[in-house]
Write a protein that binds this ligand. Structure first.
Ligand code: HEC
Length: 121
């Protein structure tokens, strides 16, 4: 009897763990994210690179900036869907590019892209 109980408890515990474990990098669909940044309508790579500084921050430095920010995903969704004014090192300003997805504004794809950016180490 006692033994059966323990098994049930163990199962319950693992269920809790599975459901509530924080999102891991493994959940990111890397291929989908890479495709999305590369499509001509986005062309994020024109200004951003994973580790080599181009006109704008590297994905690695963006990930570092947001590492301890619980609002990171929400802030970056806003960044990519509202196009706030951004500044280049030379002082030039322009509105940031809006991310395009097919279908438009697909939250799942945008979140995956952001989690991919945030997973850079
Ligand atoms: C024409 C150049 C350009 C393109 C194209 C571009 N960005 Fe940016 N991006 C910038 C600049 C400039 C900044 C702000 C300054 C910086 O971070 O260097 C920025 C900032 C960001 C940030 C950081 C925001 C923050 O709060 O620190 C993210 C994330 C980002 N871009 C993602 C993307 C993605 C994803 C794409 C493609 C959909 C993209 N960018 C396309 C120039 C660009």
């Amino acid at each position: 009897m006692a033994r059966r109980f323990a098994v049930r408890e163990a199962l319950l515990l693992s269920a809790v763990f599975l459901c509530c474990a924080p999102a891991q990098a493994a959940d990111v669909d890397v291929d989908a994210a890479k495709k999305l940044v590369a499509v001509a309508s986005n062309n994020c790579g024109k200004c951003h690179h994973a580790t080599n500084k181009k006109d704008a921050s590297t994905y690695k430095s963006i990930a570092e900036k947001y590492r301890n920010d619980a609002q990171a995903e929400a802030k970056l969704i806003k960044h990519l869907t509202t196009g706030p004014e951004v500044k280049y090192e030379d002082g030039t300003k322009e509105n940031h590019k809006l991310v395009t997805t097919k279908p438009p504004e697909d939250e799942k794809q945008i979140k995956n892209l952001i989690q991919w950016i945030l997973s850079h180490k």
